[in-house]
Design a protein around this ligand. Structure first.
Ligand code: HXC
Length: 510
């Protein structure tokens, strides 16, 4: 009996060695942790339960039958993050370069199926040379099975991808279909075709880092939602994110104990808006002052900075925040900011996360580039996303809310539940100067008359009261009381039930 038990231990030890000490050392030398070390850091201590440790591939081509390492290049299983169930897979670059074989893919599919069935997030740690070259189409089939599961699980359980090494070729499309992608600076990259192919086909010379590193994907392409300095920081931040999220679409987000008075008054907000309406101010200050304990988890911080998206808690409950940032491009809507916010709004709506929208928007960014690149369709994404969202929606207009952008930003007309405005709000079709130049064309050249008309326009429209008279703004509130009003609004909406008519699915302008 002792021998039998010992054999199990020996086999386990062999599996845990991955591709052997030399390859583990090489992994460490690159500043990367091993697949199992990553899982240990991601999950609560001692909570990891492994599946399929002894799975080995069945390939017999190219002499592969001689090398059949346990686990087949991916560690899979489940555990907890702050006590809540999650499923995880972590590719092991030390075993055949973490390449994806038929059996490797089957292991991933198994835990994805369990995650959907049991209603818990899937976290995928990617570090792989891609399709296992020796297996050919079996490997591609394996990827295809994973892709299908990403799609089936979308909107059912949160899916998070952490890129911690190479992720190239069609392999990038599994992370691309998950809800969030995080990368590690200088040690991870994602691209459909690598620098060599790019050079051959387009004659562009580019390094792997430039083509698909963390900076590229967080600042330029917006493929990634965040980038971290190293593996340890990335995994700690994933734990922090999971704390904000519900386990599945069958559950509400977790409510954390809170020690911050929801009725807290912030006098400093009364002077947040500068006297000069063209001066910027930092919208993040308002977000932090509304949030429990000033805790804000920002998504896509480095991309389209004219729009801020992320999670806070109010009375311990997760709230998704979408806010215009007057410090960047005056907080206007454009292609990038609309896409960024639309995807975030849709994530929140899938998972019953209430939405807080903070508005200071001068309108859509004009320009040939914007029009040629389809600002109409991309702007419509955000409009559509807000209009279809049935979660509790609370909106606060702090200053400008002009034109189409006013309607888009979770207005009353898109079924906003509580639409508040600060007394400093200006809600109108456009700014006074532009408006008077159009409606008083006859006075063009007469500066004095135009100034008088602009003043008249401002007096009549540059305030929240015209909208408030019509009930488009539910209440004009003191800036200092924003947290209190917003907290009470969300508390009153906890039982909200709203539905769209039955349809197979909508046809959001993609
Ligand atoms: C089998 C692979 C492999 C692969 C790496 N290895 N990629 N084995 N299939 N795809 C093995 C190597 O042979 C090596 O084995 C070990 O993993 C480590 O690889 P190195 O090359 O030594 O590591 P490094 O120098 O860090 O380079 C990493 C790399 C490179 C850039 C990822 O290995 C590479 O270019 N690999 C091939 C990438 C590729 O073309 N993949 C197919 C893409 S197509 P030993 O025994 O020496 O340690 C694809 C399609 C997906 O993925 C489609 C989905 C629909």
């Amino acid at each position: 009996m002792k021998d039998i038990l010992q054999e199990l231990e020996d086999r386990r030890a062999e599996a845990r060695m991955g591709g052997g000490q030399a390859r583990v050392d090489a992994q460490h030398a690159k500043g990367k942790l091993t697949a199992r070390e990553r899982v240990e850091l991601l999950l609560d201590e001692g909570s990891f339960e492994e599946f399929d440790m002894f799975v080995a591939h069945r390939c017999t081509d190219f002499g592969m039958e001689k090398e059949r390492p346990y686990s087949d290049g991916v560690v899979t299983g489940w555990g907890t993050i702050n006590g809540r169930l999650v499923y995880v897979f972590s590719q092991d670059f030390t075993v055949l370069g973490g390449s994806v074989s038929e059996t490797h893919a089957k292991k991933i599919c198994k835990i994805m199926d369990m995650a959907v069935q049991n209603g818990a997030p899937v976290i995928g740690i990617n570090d792989s040379g891609g399709a296992r070259i020796q297996e050919g189409v079996d490997s591609l089939a394996g990827y295809g099975e994973v892709f299908q599961r990403n799609i089936t699980a979308s909107g059912v359980v949160p899916q998070i991808s952490v890129i911690m090494g190479p992720c190239a070729g069609g392999a990038v499309y599994s992370p691309a279909m998950t809800d969030f992608i995080f990368m590690v600076k200088d040690s991870s990259y994602m691209f459909v075709t690598g620098p060599d192919v790019v050079k051959t086909v387009t004659n562009e010379q580019v390094t792997a880092e430039e083509l698909g590193g963390a900076t590229t994907h967080t600042r330029k392409s917006s493929v990634a939602d965040g980038a971290f300095e190293n593996d340890v920081e990335a995994l700690a931040e994933v734990r922090r994110l999971v704390d904000f999220l519900p386990s599945s679409n069958r559950e509400k987000p977790p409510v954390r104990p809170f020690f911050d008075d929801p009725g807290r008054i912030e006098d400093s907000l009364d002077t947040l808006i500068p006297d000069n309406p063209n001066m910027p101010y930092d919208m993040k200050e308002l977000i932090l002052k509304v949030a429990d304990e000033g805790d804000f988890y920002e998504i896509q911080e480095e991309f389209a900075k004219n729009m801020i998206t992320g999670f806070i808690r109010i009375e311990g409950q997760t709230v998704g925040v979408v806010a215009n940032q007057p410090m960047v491009l005056a907080g206007c809507l454009d292609i990038d900011s609309s896409r960024k916010a639309a995807r975030f709004v849709r994530f929140c709506d899938c998972f019953e996360i209430p939405l807080l929208t903070l508005v200071d928007v001068p309108g859509f960014l004009p320009g040939v580039t914007q029009e040629y690149n389809g600002v109409i369709k991309h702007g419509a994404k955000l409009l559509f996303a807000y209009g279809e969202a049935t979660v509790p929606k609370v909106t606060v207009i702090t200053r400008k809310a002009y034109g189409g952008a006013y309607v888009v930003m979770s207005s009353k007309h898109l079924r906003g539940d509580f639409n508040y405005a600060w007394p400093t709000s200006e809600i109108a079709v456009m700014g006074a100067k532009g408006a008077t130049e159009i409606i008083h064309r006859a006075d063009r050249g007469n500066a004095e008359a135009l100034a008088a008309h602009a003043k008249d326009y401002e007096d009549r429209f540059a305030s929240p009261f015209v909208a408030a008279e019509r009930g488009f703004v539910d209440e004009v509130i003191m800036p200092q009381s924003t947290r209190k009003r917003v907290a009470r609004a969300f508390a009153s909406l906890r039982g909200k039930k709203a539905q769209m008519p039955w349809k197979k699915h909508d046809n959001i302008p993609l």
